[in-house]
Ligand binder design. Sequence first.
Ligand code: PRP
Length: 189
Amino acid sequence: MLEEVKKSLEASPIVKKGDYNYFVNPISDGVPTMKPSMLRELANVVKEHVDMDIDKIVAIEAMGIHLATALSLATDIPFVIIRKRQYGLEGEKEISQKTGYGSSKLYINDLKEGEKILLIDDVVSTGGTLISTLNALKELNIDIKAAVAVIEKGEGKKLVEKETGIPIFSVVKLDVIDGKVVIEKTIAD
Ligand SMILES: O=P(O)(O)OC[C@H]1O[C@H](OP(=O)(O)OP(=O)(O)O)[C@H](O)[C@@H]1O
C-alpha cells in the first residue's frame, strides 16, 4: 500500500526557494504528471481513516484542490475552496498565510456557522498556512471535524496541533535530507 506514493515522493527533485529545500511532486505541485491511480489511492486512504460525517470538504488553493476534488468524487460530499483571489462577497473572510518561502492572502467564502467540515491541503511544513486557516475557521464558528495535510514535512504539524488544538491527519511524513526526500513513515506502516 502507498508504494506508488512513496516511490513518487522519493523521486522528487529538490529546488531551492531562498534557503528552503522545496520538493517537487505531483501531489504537492501537479508536476511531474499525476497518475489517476495515485490520486485515487490518496482519496481512499483519507476516506478510510477520517470521519467523513461532514457537510463539506474545504480545500486550500492551489494544491488542496485536486485532493478535495478526488475526495468529493469518492464520497459525494461537496467542496468549497479557500481562494487566493478576493471576491468581495458578503461574509468573505481574509486570512494572511505565511509559508517557509513566501506569503499571500487567502479568502474564505460560503461557510456557515456550525457547518461540519474537513479541511484538506497537500503539505504541512512550517505550519503557517494551517495555523492561520484553522484559527480563521474557528473564529467563524465552523465545526472543524477533521484537518488533513496529505504530506507532513519536518515538524510543523506538531506546532499546528499545539497552536490550534486540532489534530492533523497526514498520510506520509517526510523530510529533505542531503538534497533528497526521505520518507520517515506512512499511515500504512
Ligand atoms: O506549512 P506551510 O509552511 O505553511 O506550507 C504549506 C503550504 O505551502 C504550500 O502552499 P503555497 O501557498 O506555496 O502554494 P500553492 O498555491 O502551490 O498551494 C502548500 O500548498 C501549503 O498550503
